[in-house]
Design a protein around this ligand. Structure first.
Ligand SMILES: C[S@@+](CC[C@H](N)C(=O)[O-])C[C@H]1O[C@@H](n2cnc3c(N)ncnc32)[C@H](O)[C@@H]1O
Length: 216
């Protein structure tokens, strides 16, 4: 099957249309996902149960984590076109039987309370309209003791530098559309965490990128 067949290109929230995003992930961002997946497993020690990849795009992070764990991954995105690509790749990588695909909005996730062992999300939160609601939803679907790993890292400083250099050349304004949102989210987060009051949260902010690691 040709995954690109009969696909219309539409502009999407999330920075780009699914076809060009898919190409950029394959050609530029691909090396970061296995590195980040390893870091998430090392930090959360979660290797079985259910994982939600929130704002999954083409599912690269959720697929990378499925490859090194026994997790069942629910790929969740507001874009049906992104989910179709995620599904195509999941089947191609033989993890289709441990995958589910759910279209929806992070502000109102159609999943039961305490149904997930881990929620991961990369590069999506700057596009969320209401972080208090979105993080509240993430905590709602997490089991008590479960972890969330949300942010925008690149895995390592070297990967961040090389990808930033590549993207700045290809699309000089690629960060402009969301850099103010990244700043706003980070400033809003301490108060959001205080109100939602999870068991713990830590900010990981190093040369590879920024994440919030939450335990419910
Ligand atoms: C920059 S892409 C990142 C995709 C993927 N996580 C990755 O790192 O390759 C952002 C994704 O977040 C999704 N997204 C943005 N806002 C969303 C929302 N409110 N609810 C669900 N998904 C959302 C977009 O559709 C897009 O697929």
């Amino acid at each position: 099957m040709d995954k690109d067949k009969n696909r219309e290109t539409k502009e999407h929230k999330g920075g780009t249309n699914p076809q060009s995003f898919d190409r950029i992930v394959r050609e530029v961002f691909a090396p970061i996902y296995p590195v980040i997946a390893q870091q998430i497993v090392a930090k959360t020690l979660t290797t079985s149960g259910r994982c939600l990849d929130a704002g999954c795009g083409t599912g690269a992070l959720g697929r990378a984590i499925a490859q090194i764990t026994d997790l069942h991954v629910t790929f969740f995105d507001q874009s049906i076109e992104m989910l179709e690509l995620a599904k195509w790749y999941a089947n191609d990588e033989n993890i289709g039987d441990r995958s589910a695909f759910l279209e929806g909005d992070i502000h109102s996730i159609l999943l039961q309370d305490e149904s997930m062992d881990i929620v991961i999300s990369r590069g999506s939160s700057p596009f969320w309209d209401d972080w208090h609601r979105a993080y509240g939803e993430i905590l709602r679907v997490l089991k008590v003791g479960g972890h969330a790993y949300i942010g925008g890292g690149f895995g390592t400083k070297e990967l961040r530098d090389s990808i930033t250099a590549h993207m700045s050349k290809e699309k000089p304004d690629w960060r402009d559309s969301f850099k103010d949102r990244i700043k706003a989210e980070r400033e809003a987060l301490p108060q959001i965490m205080e109100k939602l009051n999870p068991a713990s949260h830590t900010i990981i902010d190093d040369e590879s990128g920024w994440w919030v690691f939450i335990t419910k």
